[in-house]
Design a protein around this ligand. Structure first.
Ligand code: FE
Ligand code: FE
Ligand code: ZN
Length: 277
């Protein structure tokens, strides 16, 4: 089995997200740790955090996959952008401790012209400066589509970042199916081959979570436009093979598809029906 859920809004608080996901029929979810366009994060009310933690246990949820801000760029060339990102990162990791044993995933960043080597160096430094031995969160680098100067558009770059991280038990990868497809990995035609390559380069033991999205574009397009399950270029049969793949079991799968609530509920039930069959 896998854990399935979607991205939710934190507007009504933390317990509310858990209740919403129970209503959707899922057993994990994602949320932005702050406004996705940057800016402030709401303070966490301790009673609200406790209520969510209790609910997650009662309902046997899988790990949550909180998502760092899109504006956070830990390897930006611009000093202000980079230091704003580092502030967000440090704060987010502290706040995650209110929800122990979950995941925090973020986009590695864009090197904005400094080159991939400098990008790797800056991201690894940010991780080494902010991960701490007592933390109870696993921090996940997201696989990216390789748009522009975006880092993480191939497995090798992620491997190089991870190689430089000191606290190896705190770092992992979140594989976004739309992003790897757009990056040029043919998960529809050769899923076993792609996962074997991931294992060779990074190691499947570093893979903690899946962003489960179809793509509006062909493999290798470097676009990053998510599509509803089965309505994109990856297609429903391939999405099903991914959800049922032995190497991906027991992980949280997060839908980031362009849907309203009804659409998410439908996709969650589609995925659940594959597991029942
Ligand atoms: Fe993402
Ligand atoms: Fe994603
Ligand atoms: Zn994306």
């Amino acid at each position: 089995m896998i854990y399935i859920g979607c991205h939710l809004s934190v507007t009504n608080g933390y317990e509310a997200m858990g209740r919403t996901m129970c209503g959707f029929g899922g057993n994990t979810f994602a949320y932005f740790t702050r406004n996705p366009r940057g800016g402030r994060s709401k303070d966490i009310v301790p009673e609200d955090a406790e209520a969510l933690n209790t609910l997650l246990q009662e309902k046997s949820f899988g790990p949550l996959v909180a998502h760092g801000s899109y504006t956070m760029n830990l390897c930006a060339s611009n000093e202000t952008t980079r230091s704003n990102g580092l502030d967000m990162f440090a704060q987010d990791l502290q706040r995650m401790e209110a929800f122990p044993e979950n995941y925090y995933n973020f986009h590695p960043g864009a090197h904005t012209g400094q080159g991939t080597e400098k990008g790797i160096e800056l991201i690894a430094k940010a991780l080494n400066d902010n991960l701490f031995p007592e933390m109870r969160t696993i921090v996940l680098l997201e696989t990216m589509a390789g748009k522009g100067t975006e880092m993480g558009g191939n497995f090798e770059e992620l491997r190089e970042i991870i190689d430089r991280v000191e606290l190896k038990d705190k770092i992992g990868v979140c594989l976004d199916t739309c992003h790897v497809w757009d990056a040029g990995y043919d998960i529809a035609g050769d899923l076993d081959g792609v996962l074997q390559h991931f294992d060779d380069v990074i190691g499947l033991d570093r893979l903690y979570a899946i962003h489960f999205n179809d793509s509006k574009n062909p493999c290798g397009s470097h676009k990053d436009r998510h599509e509803k399950l089965g309505e994109g270029f990856i297609g429903m049969e391939a999405m099903k093979r991914i959800a049922l793949h032995p190497a991906l079991q027991n992980k949280p799968f997060i839908l980031e598809t362009p849907n309203d609530d009804a659409g998410y509920i439908k996709e969650i039930h589609t995925v659940l029906s594959w597991m029942d069959a």
